[in-house]
Design a protein around this ligand. Structure first.
Ligand SMILES: Cc1cc2nc3c(=O)[nH]c(=O)nc-3n(C[C@H](O)[C@H](O)[C@H](O)COP(=O)(O)O)c2cc1C
Length: 177
């Protein structure tokens, strides 16, 4: 399917969704890699805003995620939001890692390439394309509430649990026609 037939470009200012619903209730798929090799996962933390006067999206990744590996390699990624009816298909992307499985072949969503080479899905209702801006590791000493300190110290007992904060400059926003 031709990308332009399905999606219109809008500016970041025209995103009318409530960010807390988008991130915390709807969740979103992050996809990284290129047509030959791409991978997606589901995230439920992050946001959007301005950094260095640029529109940015940020997400939180456990450092072992295969999607994170591809994202850092290609230095770009897409964030896809889906209508509720695709929740089951979308959540399949969180069911296993793509590092050693065929989940991108098995998923019941149709991949689509944006005009700028990022991969998303025909079923998405809103897509952000991002250029990788920053990957940073939160330092436990930088947390101030007891709750956050306990949370991060407990988590960091296992190196696999270390989180990365990923910031991407939003280069294009697409909405379903
Ligand atoms: C509702 C939901 C939200 C999730 N949010 C995150 C998240 O914000 N960050 C993260 O690293 N993993 C998150 N996960 C787990 C990944 O989506 C999951 O481990 C995925 O299989 C990783 O895929 P990959 O290794 O192919 O990249 C979430 C899973 C679910 C079910």
């Amino acid at each position: 399917m031709n990308f332009d037939k399905l999606f219109n470009e809008i500016s970041p200012e025209d995103i009318s969704d409530d960010i807390f619903t988008l991130v915390g209730k709807d969740y979103f798929a992050v996809t990284a890699g290129r047509e030959q090799k791409y991978n997606s996962m589901i995230c439920s933390g992050g946001g959007m805003g301005l950094l260095f006067r640029k529109p940015v999206a940020w997400c939180v990744f456990q450092q072992t995620r295969y999607t994170l590996e591809l994202l850092m390699k290609e230095q770009s990624f897409s964030i896809s939001y889906f209508p509720d009816e695709y929740k089951k298909q979308m959540m399949f992307l969180a069911s296993k890692t793509g590092r050693d499985s065929n989940k991108m072949k098995e998923v019941e969503l149709k991949s689509i390439k944006t005009p700028f080479g990022n991969i998303s899905f025909e079923e998405a209702r809103l897509i952000l394309e991002c250029r990788l801006l920053q990957v940073t590791t939160p330092n436990p000493d930088d947390f101030y509430t007891e709750e956050a300190k306990d949370w991060i110290n407990e988590m960091y007992k296992d190196p696999n649990e270390v989180r990365k904060y990923v910031f991407g400059e939003i280069t294009h926003v697409w909405i379903k026609k």
